[in-house]
Design a binder for this molecule. Sequence first.
Ligand code: PBG
Ligand code: ZN
Length: 347
Amino acid sequence: MTGPGTDGGPTPPGAAEEDRIYAGPAARPRRLRWTPALRAMFAESPPARDRLVLPVFVRPGDGPPTPIPSMPGILSYPVDRVAALGRALGREGVRGVLLFGRASRKDPEGGEAGSDRDVVVRALPRLRAAHPDLVLFTDVCLCAYTTHGHCGIVHDGAVANDATLGRLMAIAAAHSRAGADFVAPSAMMDGQVAAVRRALDRDGEAGTGILAYAAKFASALYGPFRDAEMSRPSFGDRRGYQLDPANGRAALRALADAADEGADILMVKPALTSLDLLARARRRFDLPLAAFQVSGEYAMLRAAADRGWIDLPDAIRETLTAIRRAGADLTVSYFARSAALGRERAR
Ligand code: PBG
Ligand code: ZN
């Protein structure tokens, strides 16, 4: 008799003649991965739809949703198309969305952000009506609303921390009043979580939570997002506020600061280049942990798959599993709608 096949043959490991050569310890760990049923039973960190949040781009104007060239398969939605999206997500079982807006008219202060014209403010009640259970997260930043593309108010060529906080507070309060369940300040200003918490509490929005982009690295992997949002800085870069990828301890401090300032959920970003931090943060903090599988991570996998170089469903499953294994409770991912997740049980 030959040995077992690669996938659940009838012969248990060790029973075949040629397996008598085995001189290892009594443990035969393959017993736990012999069949699809066993693999499903003993999976430690299966990716789960309930724990995924889909980033959604909301754009000014009307017409059909528009493709984003550097993110094949991802669309940018005008406000009057988000209700249809919300209903589709309800049918698919997607639990949460993280909304990103951009200004119809940018200015140096990003004045449209949080105003009645802000596409995020306008989209929130429509999504709430279309899918009442959908958990609504909103990105709170200025970069898609400012002419210079920086995440804050620029004074003398530099992003001014405390002037920016005032804007983030107003935007977060406006998102909350429009129906956000969680606001996610992402400008990487010092004290942004405390400031936003104070604004929400003062504004009668104490029930709204904060998803803190706390360990957010200055990354090359945000490129496709900046194409979608037209938010590339027109001068300089974001290294004066986002974290240096060399600095793991600074990232842990940023997470601790956000926790102290009242964050409800701590986020690490990008995901695959920060798995070490997720694992360390998992041991250090008892708050829920989130990871953001960012636009560049999506684009890399999609581009390779579109060339036939990798299998996309397998790659999605593997990367989302690794993010969970490292310690994330919640994963923000452009793959949140993917059919690959439905196939998980069958494998
Ligand atoms: C805005 C923001 C960015 C991302 C999330 N919020 C872009 C940036 O910091 O330039 C990146 C998300 C992605 O790449 O998918 N500050
Ligand atoms: Zn920004």
